[in-house]
Design a protein around this ligand. Structure first.
Ligand code: NAD
Length: 236
């Protein structure tokens, strides 16, 4: 049975573009070579088997930069929507900028830099490490080497069914800063209700999904104006 749409529910699907103006490169901008390793080599189970030190060093650098970055006006505007709406953020981002801007309900599809986990399957223990590095020899309590709690190429995304349900029950859906090219995250837009208000914010977009209004521009310009409109519509 189709889940029921909640008039007050607002879901934000965010991608790396929402953090670009906080100084974190988008996927497209960052996926060149890092110290002669390809992005795939640094973000895959095979790369981890071959060069664990390089993988840890790469994520230690990203974690440190993400921890030093500050939330921007788009993160803040999204957090402000909680004054009037039940807001759920479903993000492909691995930074913690939504949470640090004050958002309380953030679902991370691709894991988080601020956590480490053991390498035993299927349910490794996770540890909150914030901006700290992970080093070789640092072990989980089950005795396995710690690795970043990041979903690598070929690994299953986290919380996908929960995310589908959130999108399907939202009366408003905002996609911000995602090219909608990384699957399965990109397929979530298809679960939006036909009558939901659906808005997409990006600098550029090859193909705008059906039913979405494309607001072209920088997240820090467009999202605060949109949030102000939605807050006034809710009487806040
Ligand atoms: P992408 O790089 O494929 O697309 C970025 C999108 O953001 C584009 O549509 C672009 O127009 C838009 N954009 C860029 N700057 C913007 C700005 N200032 N304002 C508004 N829009 C802007 O990114 P994706 O679709 O998120 O796919 C990225 C993948 O890379 C994900 O899997 C994610 O896990 C990972 N990633 C995450 C981070 C992060 O956590 N900050 C950074 C890099 C990569």
């Amino acid at each position: 049975m189709k889940p029921k749409v909640k008039p007050n529910k607002l879901v934000v699907l965010s991608g790396s573009g929402v953090s670009a103006e906080s100084g974190l490169p988008t996927f497209r901008d960052a996926k060149g070579l890092w110290n002669s390793y390809s992005w795939h080599e640094l973000a895959s189970p095979e790369g981890w088997q071959r060069h664990p030190e390089a993988v840890l060093a790469f994520y230690n650098e990203r974690r440190e930069k993400a921890w030093q970055a500050q939330p921007n006006a788009a993160h803040a505007a999204i957090a402000s929507l909680e004054a009037a709406y039940e807001v759920v953020i479903v993000t492909q981002n691995v930074d913690a900028l939504h949470e640090r801007a004050g958002s309380r309900n953030v679902v991370h599809l691709h894991g988080q830099l601020a956590y480490a986990r053991g390498t035993s399957e299927p349910e490794p223990k996770r540890y909150r490490i914030d901006g700290s590095p992970i080093v070789m020899g640092q072990l989980c309590e089950d005795g396995t080497q710690l690795r970043p709690d990041i979903v690598w190429f070929g690994e299953a995304v986290q919380h996908f069914e929960e995310a589908e349900e959130h999108v399907a029950t939202a009366a408003r859906v905002l996609v911000v800063g995602s090219s909608l090219t990384v699957y399965p995250a990109a397929s979530l837009v298809r679960y939006a209700d036909r009558n939901a208000e659906k808005v997409l914010v990006a600098l550029d977009m090859e193909e705008v999904p059906r039913g979405f209004t494309f607001l072209q521009g920088r997240a820090t310009d467009v999202v605060p104006a949109l949030a102000a409109r939605w807050l006034s519509e809710a009487g806040s």
